[in-house]
Design a protein. Structure first.
Length: 405
């Protein structure tokens, strides 16, 4: 917590032959000094052990009481600021103690400047291969939505980050959910809103690290993602697609099946080349890579279906599989679903969900191994897929039934 040490600036002497007493405020390896407004002669300061000995002179007793009061007030102000944000800014604490805080004047950068600063930092991470370009686009989109909100709600082009209140945060959430427009639609679904709000919080946390702002106004936000059952294909549906012969959609089918049997997201699948293929000491072929979204390793053994697809398109393009845009892929997958009589909203990400559920967990692969292959940061992300596997529950219950018989 806050540490206060009083010391004397002996190089400065007033007309009464006294030197000023200063306070050094220290917290988290940072410190700042300020005047206490009190003064004493160098001789008396030394002879009283910095006013820590038993005092008899009334003036010195008064000074000691005022220093104690200063320390008590500093601790009180520090506690107030700590409740707002544990990363207490000592400059702000000093301003509070001296009464020089002007609340009517904006402090620090605007919220749009905060977003720009973070986006510049994120761009560097993308350029170095640490994060995906698609994630950067989402942050830029978040900035655009924030700007629209400020313009329509406050009739301003920007607002100081220090002026953002809890009212601002929750009005922003309502704006995103019910008023914001995108692609001829009004309003954004809950999970996307929560993700945008987390982006604002992340950008503000970065601004705090850079000493641009002193507290994160988005810490008050407590929105949560709505957990929905992941759409995935059963083994029968997967076999139906695999056995169906297409004329114009054969490439789309192969790309989709590649993701079903590897679990790679579109952005990762499109970037795979022969350099990502590796054979272990037992002759098993692996795809070795890191997820673009999280830069976490996601190595997957090559299953027979995947090996056939890789061989089929070898030397026909730079990557392991043909390239196609996510938008076109999802449009073609609707046609494949209709042709195979599959009554599900088929998207490229359904392939990733199918890998997690039907291909791996449904065949007894341990949860932690599935999590590693999918490049998840922890098994909690993978548990979402495990919840929907009723077939596994039934298999376990059949074993239990046999015991009771």
């Amino acid at each position: 917590m806050l540490k206060v040490i009083f010391y004397q600036k002996s190089d400065r002497v007033n007309k009464n032959g006294e030197s000023p007493i200063y306070a050094r405020l220290s917290y988290n390896d940072k410190q700042i000094s300020m005047s206490t407004g009190q003064a004493i002669s160098k001789e008396r300061w030394a002879s009283t052990n910095n006013l820590r000995n038993q005092l008899k002179i009334e003036k010195e007793i008064v000074i000691k009481n005022l220093l104690d009061l200063f320390q008590l007030n500093a601790a009180k102000k520090f506690t107030e600021l700590f409740r707002i944000d544990p990363e207490v800014n000592l400059q702000l604490l000093k301003a509070e103690l001296t009464g020089k805080v002007k609340m009517d004047q904006p402090q620090g950068p605007s919220i749009i400047q905060v977003m720009d600063t973070y986006n510049e930092f994120f761009t560097k991470r993308v350029n170095s291969g640490e994060r995906a370009a698609a994630s950067l686009q989402k942050y830029k989109r978040a900035k655009g939505l924030l700007l629209n909100f400020i313009t329509s709600t406050y009739k301003k082009e920007d607002i100081s980050a220090s002026e953002i209140s809890s009212s601002f945060v929750f009005k922003l959430e309502q704006f995103l959910k019910y008023e914001s427009g995108f692609k001829d639609q009004t309003g954004i679904k809950n999970n996307s809103v929560v993700k945008y709000m987390k982006m604002y919080k992340t950008a503000c946390n970065y601004a705090i690290k850079m000493d641009l702002i002193i507290k994160n106004p988005f810490n008050v936000y407590d929105g949560r993602l709505s957990v929905k059952d992941a759409v995935f294909l059963t083994q029968l549906e997967l076999n139906t697609i695999e056995n169906k012969i297409f004329s114009t959609l054969e490439k789309v089918k192969d790309i989709f099946l590649f993701s079903c049997y590897t679990g790679y997201a579109p952005v990762d699948a499109m970037d795979l080349t022969e350099r990502n293929l590796s054979e272990d000491s037992n002759g098993n072929l692996w795809i070795m890579t890191s997820r673009a979204k999280t830069a976490i390793r996601a190595n997957v053994p090559v299953l027979p279906t995947v090996e056939k697809i890789i061989s089929k398109y070898k030397n026909q393009q730079k990557g392991l599989i043909p390239k196609i845009s996510n938008q076109k892929m999802n449009a073609y997958l609707k046609e494949i679903a209709d042709a195979c009589s599959i009554d599900k909203h088929l998207t490229w990400y359904v392939a990733r969900h199918t890998f997690a559920t039907t291909v791996t967990l449904g065949n007894g692969v341990r949860l932690e191994n599935v999590s590693a292959m999918m490049g998840h940061t922890n098994t909690k992300q993978t548990q979402h897929y495990a919840k929907v596997l009723d077939v596994n529950i039934m298999e376990d219950m059949e074993k239990l039934k046999s015991k009771f018989r």
